[in-house]
Ligand binder design. Structure first.
Ligand code: AMP
Length: 396
């Protein structure tokens, strides 16, 4: 497989799968263009090489075919400004409009196709639909890591219609895959995974896979209380998945057998209600009184977690340590964010991924002090669960 930088697009029509699934307000104005700006270097390189670009993406989850709310037309003007190129727009991803506009496209020009998900065939991974799309260009570039875990027509199936030297990752995808591979397969020890968030059930597969690879697994957030209850602790009204108590015990046993250190938050900040204005106290995590709930890790846990993170050479962080959206319960997550940044400045490789940990690192303005912030969400989680992602496999 070629690296993107080694690929020459001179004279090529590149069909580029991007993730332009951006939020729009009621007047169809883009409220966060991060996903668009991320792909600009990929598009620029193709144009600078002397190629042309056909962009394809989904937007939202349209159920009933073409819907104004989900039209990619709303992105044309902003994209044109960002690229400094007048972006053309095809009313349909595979119709006559798309075929004619793609055929007429010249070097240096950019065409955006209408939302792929206006066709049911996209999410079904329909081969005929993928083949029609593939005919629009002569090389395929996948730059949509956010949908790499889906075997959709434009993210995976389409790659079958291009030869080995006619398909490549774009820069976004390349960066994501490199950093994820580095952590999962080439982690320098000690490797510490920090897993937080609300539910054990969402994170079981990732923890089980990490039990084969990490040296330390720090568990914080609401999910920690299921572990404390499983060990016989008293957790008051804290979040708990009673149907996962056996799973928690099983994880603790496997960790012992694999010599992986599982580190739980010894103490908690407890509250008498789920509110920023609640009364709060410090308390041992396994002695929480009835009527109170643990909403953040406590000072002892902050110190213990910090110490382990500082000594690590590889850090993976997914999920907040508490209800960080409320300032009263943000301190644990903030401490961890600073510890990860400090470890990084001391030479560790740090990867932050999964929706809420990205929001957290941004809240504390530390995104540029860690090695990599993934835009992947579900795709990154599935990667760390040890699954093969169709979007990656199709290119590799
Ligand atoms: P997840 O999407 O599973 O990573 O969970 C993130 C959510 O978990 C955030 O919205 C947090 O507010 C929430 N959370 C973290 N810690 C706790 C806790 N101790 N109790 C309740 N919710 C929590």
């Amino acid at each position: 497989m070629h690296s993107f930088s080694d690929f020459s697009f001179n004279g090529k029509k590149a069909l580029v799968r991007v993730d332009f699934n951006v939020p729009l307000d009621a007047a169809f104005k883009i409220t966060d263009d991060t996903r668009i700006t991320a792909t600009i270097p990929t598009i620029r390189k193709i144009l600078n090489d002397g190629g042309s670009v056909i962009l394809m993406s989904h937007l939202g989850r349209p159920k009933e075919g073409p819907t104004e709310k989900y039209s990619l037309r709303h992105l044309v003007s902003h994209l044109s400004d960002l690229l400094n190129v007048k972006v053309q727009f095809a009313n349909d991803a595979v119709g006559e409009d798309a075929v004619q506009m793609a055929a007429a496209l010249k070097a240096g020009q950019v065409l955006l196709l209408e939302n792929l998900r206006f066709h049911k065939e996209e999410e079904k991974g329909d081969r005929a639909f993928a083949e029609k799309l593939s005919k629009l260009g002569n090389v395929y570039v996948n730059d949509a890591f956010g949908t790499a875990h889906r075997a959709h027509a434009s993210t995976a199936v389409i790659a079958d219609f291009f030869g080995t030297n006619e398909k490549t990752f774009g820069l976004v995808m390349e960066g994501e895959v490199k950093s994820a591979e580095k952590v999962l397969h080439h982690a320098a020890p000690p490797f510490t995974a920090i897993i937080g968030g609300a539910k054990v059930s969402d994170k079981i597969l990732i923890i089980e896979n990490l039990l084969q690879r990490a040296n330390n697994i720090i568990i914080g957030g609401g999910m920690a209380y299921t572990f404390f209850k499983a060990m016989g602790g008293h957790i008051g009204n804290s979040l708990c998945e009673d149907d996962r108590l056996d799973t928690a015990r099983d994880i603790l046993e496997k960790a012992k057998a694999n010599k992986v250190q599982i580190i739980l938050p010894e103490d908690a900040i407890i509250a008498d209600q789920f509110s920023n204005e609640a009364q709060t106290r410090e308390c041992m995590s396994n002695e929480i009184p009835d009527g109170w709930m643990g909403l953040d890790i406590g000072p002892k846990a902050r110190m213990a977690f910090e110490e382990v993170i500082q000594k690590s050479k590889t850090v993976l962080w997914n999920g907040p340590m508490g209800v960080f959206e409320m300032d009263s319960f943000a301190k644990g997550t903030e401490t961890i964010a600073h510890a990860v940044a400090k470890a990084t400045s001391n030479g560790a490789f740090s990867l932050i991924g999964g929706g809420d940990s990205v929001a957290a690192i941004n809240k504390f303005n530390l995104a540029n002090q860690v090695s990599y912030v993934s835009t992947g969400g579900g795709a990154l989680l599935e990667y760390f669960e040890g699954k093969t992602l169709p979007g990656i496999a199709a290119i590799q």
